[in-house]
Design a protein around this ligand. Structure first.
Ligand SMILES: CC(C)(COP(=O)(O)OP(=O)(O)OC[C@H]1O[C@@H](n2cnc3c(N)ncnc32)[C@H](O)[C@@H]1OP(=O)(O)O)[C@@H](O)C(=O)NCCC(=O)NCCS
Length: 160
């Protein structure tokens, strides 16, 4: 039985990483694959905190890299629930780079991921209802719902 409900704030997570030489390409910029891994990790933490269940990544979409992140910079990943379905959870992740010497912060990437809570047999299980506390959360929820419809349509077309 799923719990009564949880607010967006209850699972919102901020993760900070530092770009080390092993994380960069020949130009000294953060590797896209490393950033994707961090995005998936912070998103998974949000979904786990919301559901308190084992979760899997079902999709990653809307991933944009606006500007490169340099060696030695801090990477701040802010993730929160956009939408909670029966067993699925859409999480939005915003990525910022921070110059450790000046404190200047730049928005570098955004991503949208869907996680599904499962039991130990890999079967989807219910998650708590998402409690929306303000207008911004209601707007993000509405947009996520539209994306879910488009995703379901795309998936059904793939299956036919
Ligand atoms: C995700 C997974 C558990 C869904 O299982 P399923 O039997 O297809 O489940 P259902 O069709 O009943 O859908 C369950 C929920 O997942 C959502 N879902 C299923 N596939 C999805 C996808 N590709 N993208 C986004 N959401 C998806 C459905 O919309 C549904 O949401 P709801 O319960 O909130 O309405 C299953 O496809 C899976 O295990 N995939 C592999 C996950 C994995 O290994 N990830 C690691 C990365 S490679």
């Amino acid at each position: 039985m799923a719990e009564e409900g949880k607010t967006v704030a209850e699972s919102a997570t901020e993760m900070v990483q530092i770009v080390l030489p092993n994380d960069t390409n020949m130009l000294g910029n953060l590797l896209g694959g490393t950033l994707m891994h961090w995005i998936d990790m912070v998103g998974a933490i949000v979904a786990n905190r919301h559901s308190r269940k084992p979760i899997v990544t079902a999709s990653m979409e809307g991933l944009d890299f606006h500007v490169p992140v340099k060696l030695g910079f801090l990477v701040i990943l802010k993730a929160r629930m956009n939408y909670g379905g029966k067993s699925s959870m859409e999480v939005g992740v915003e990525v910022y780079s921070e110059n450790g010497l000046t404190g200047e912060r730049v928005h570098t990437s955004s991503a949208i991921l869907t996680y599904v809570a499962i039991d130990f047999n890999g079967k989807p299980v219910p998650v708590p209802k998402l409690i929306l506390s303000n207008e911004e959360e209601r707007k993000r929820h509405e947009e996520a719902l539209e994306r879910k419809q488009r995703r379901l349509h795309r998936l059904s077309e793939k299956r036919t």
